[in-house]
Design a protein. Structure first.
Lengths: 367, 145
């Protein structure tokens, strides 16, 4: 008897894949093998770029928090850098150092979340996730100390920061720097040679170097494919040129390599924070900037190495109090371009692992 | 990241494609006529090493649309800003660069969805964030909130 088979189109989501946000994967399956896949999104679109045109420059800072809510500090940073470039605002050295500390703490918090949820997708149900959240909690506490907020910090301002660091901040950071390497070793023990992790992620979701470059991938996705490209090195901002750190890269560009790059980046971030806290200069944390800023006509583009990749911000001014155009280059969106190429021919469960290893934030994809 | 002297790139483009193919913009970057852009883009990617599309976006200047391409050479660590103008208010168009830089895929769909610029020479554009049937293009200046 001949058994007839035909491809089956299934909708995963909106929400499931494995709940990194409101996302839909339209997959065409032949048995369990993916023969076609289309990512569908937009469920979280709030029109932030349009909203920003109706607000004053300062009012846009809290909007940027809501782009990628897992790394609000990075979003604040890229926007204030763009406006500072546009209006020619100087930033005191102390504020620049604190910005670096915040950006790197944010990277650690975001990468912990990425690795934790990715391990969940692999089937190591919630154990690594809980370990990661134990440390992420400590970083969130630090952010709460400086900004009063646990998720949407709204901490940076044009020309500096909203407040100086509280007295208890630096001792708490030093304590974190002391315990964190031990915790990282613990993760390594749990995950590095874990049977489940290796079997489920090695050789899965491979993104070849050439395709990664051609498809504008950035961040750990690009570096996982072996490209040594980090905005902090190639186009330094906020005094990153004064700090010593390495750029970890992967070899094959599979899900495992992306995980390894993220874990190594946490180590490098700790190293940067260590340097930045040790020679933290004294002085002001904010230069004088008019309350209702009117940058001269013109445009500015700034880009930073956010936890998810190259985050860019493009601001056009027509000389009035609100931006004429505000655009965000969202690494989460652009890193998804190759999702289909990465999962073709794999099993449906591997698509979830690959998707998790790209590490996206739906709020940033949709804006 | 350094900028190659824009004048040098302009001279090179003019040598290959003729006088009208590139012009220095008074703000920054290089202005390329929309009908020559696809050929110039291929040249910049293949022969000048700008193999990475950093960003693609568009602005509504009321009398014309401006499409910006920020292209990067990873090898030489250089970045270049290209401006392409589309003057047709009703049906603004530009060639798609997806065959040169795959990364343009979602960026072009985003510009189409929010600004209403049609990119020719690729699979038909569909809205990416808004739903099919949504009327208007929110990032245009005549779309009020």
């Amino acid at each position: 008897m001949n058994v007839k088979t035909e491809p089956l189109a299934i909708n995963m989501g909106p929400l499931h894949p494995s709940t990194h946000g409101v996302f839909r994967m339209l997959a065409v399956l032949d048995g369990e093998v993916i023969v076609d896949l289309e990512p569908v999104f937009g469920y979280l679109h709030r029109g932030i770029e349009k909203l920003a045109e109706e607000k004053t420059y300062k009012q846009v800072i809290p909007l940027t928090d809501r782009l990628d809510y897992v790394s609000s500090m990075s979003n604040n940073l890229v926007y204030v850098l763009a406006v500072e470039k546009l209006a020619g605002i100087e930033v005191p050295e102390r504020a620049q150092h604190i910005r670096v500390i915040m950006a790197e703490l944010q990277r650690i918090a975001s990468h912990l979340m990425a690795i934790g949820t990715w391990a969940n997708d692999l089937g190591t149900f919630f154990t690594p996730f809980m370990y990661m959240f134990r440390e992420r909690e400590k970083i969130i506490d630090l952010f709460e100390m400086v900004s009063g907020q646990r998720l949407l910090y709204n901490y940076l301002r044009f020309g500096g920061l909203s407040h100086d660091l509280p007295d208890e901040f630096l001792p708490a950071v030093r304590k974190l720097l002391k315990v964190m390497p031990g915790y990282l070793n613990e993760y390594e023990e749990l995950l590095k040679e874990n049977e489940i992790v290796l079997a489920r992620s090695m050789g899965i979701g491979v993104l070849p170097e050439e395709l990664a470059i051609n498809a504008s991938a950035s961040g750990p996705v690009l570096r996982g494919s072996g490209v040594k490209w980090d905005i902090r090195k190639v186009d330094p901002y906020s005094l990153y040129q004064h700090f010593d750190f390495d750029i970890p890269t992967g070899i094959t560009g599979d899900s495992y390599d992306r995980y390894r790059v993220r874990l190594e980046e946490i180590r490098q971030s700790l190293h940067i924070i260590d340097q930045a806290t040790q020679d933290l200069p004294a002085g002001e944390v904010k230069s004088k900037v008019p309350l209702n800023l009117r940058p001269p006509r013109g445009e500015a583009y700034s880009h930073i190495e956010a936890p998810r990749g190259e985050l860019g911000c493009y601001v056009v001014s027509d000389g009035s109090t609100n931006p004429y155009r505000f655009h965000i280059r969202a690494p989460s969106l652009i890193n998804l371009t190759c999702l289909k190429d990465m999962v073709m021919g794999l099993k449906i469960a591997d698509a979830i692992v690959t998707f998790g290893s790209i590490d996206i934030c739906m709020a940033e994809v949709d804006r | 990241m350094t900028n190659p002297t824009e004048a040098e790139v302009i001279t090179a483009i003019r040598e290959v494609f003729g006088e009208g193919a590139a012009k220095l913009d008074d703000r920054s970057g290089i202005l390329v006529p929309v009908d020559m852009w696809l050929r110039v883009a291929t040249y910049l990617c293949k022969d000048r090493g700008f193999n990475y599309l950093g960003d693609l976006t568009a602005i509504d200047y009321k009398d014309h649309f401006e499409i910006l391409y920020r292209i990067i050479s990873l090898e030489k660590n250089q970045s270049l800003l290209i401006r392409v103008e589309s003057t047709d208010r009703e049906h603004p168009e530009a060639p798609s660069v997806i065959t040169i830089w795959r990364g343009a895929d979602f960026m072009e769909r985003e510009v189409y969805d929010l600004m209403g610029i049609d990119f020719l020479g690729r699979s038909p554009l569909r809205r990416i964030f808004l739903w099919e049937g949504f009327e208007g293009y929110p990032l245009r200046k005549d779309f009020s909130l």
